[in-house]
Design a protein around this ligand. Sequence first.
Ligand code: ITT
Length: 213
Amino acid sequence: MSRTRAVALLVATRNPGKLREIRTLLPECGGDIIGLDAYPGLVLPPEADTTFVENAVMKVSAAARLTGLPAVADDSGLEVDVLGGYPGVRSAIFAGEHAGDGANNQLLLDLLMDVPDERRTARFVCAIAWGKPGQQPKVTVAYCHGRVLRVPRGTHGFGYDPLFYYPPAGLTFGELSPAAKNAVSHRALALQAARPGIMGMLDDNPGVVRENR
Ligand code: ITT
């Protein structure tokens, strides 16, 4: 049955790369996904230095409470084995609060300069949390294993993608097409596990009507 859409699912992110991928990975929601760019004045509490799960839950709770919308949040990052899991939850601000992807990638390369190839193993981690205002959020976590290269390769994706070599493809995430990354990434796997919960949340919400039910 095709029905008129009434609302939106809020994705509690200001990262356009994440938002683009999550839109593609939740095709059932079509164009009804909005990001925090729709709420320029909305300020979420600062992220903790603890775990991806804690940060994702904090972001989704605050976003749902402040907007009244059902929401999804993504907290993710790169854990590098030889750095004891760093940058981890600090991935976005590794080189400084407003340093950006280029400086983060350069800092990573500098720190790993003398590390041989076989010890450059790393994993992307993604925690996806979802919830409605006033409800305890649910959360899933997934991983994608690879290796940090010595020079960036490829222009797709965002963040550390050009440095993240994914052995099963023989390419970096920066070289994979968006569709190929979305078939295997930490974000894709976490959303795959979260999908039934997210869709159930939307079905339960009287304000939200999905198409093609
Ligand atoms: P929001 O909190 O607004 O969602 P953010 O970028 O600050 O945006 P995080 O705190 O979760 O989000 O940090 C995620 C960082 O981890 C991101 O900025 C990248 O540096 C890195 N990262 C996560 N997923 C990635 C991916 O798929 N490809 C490349 N880098 C990724």
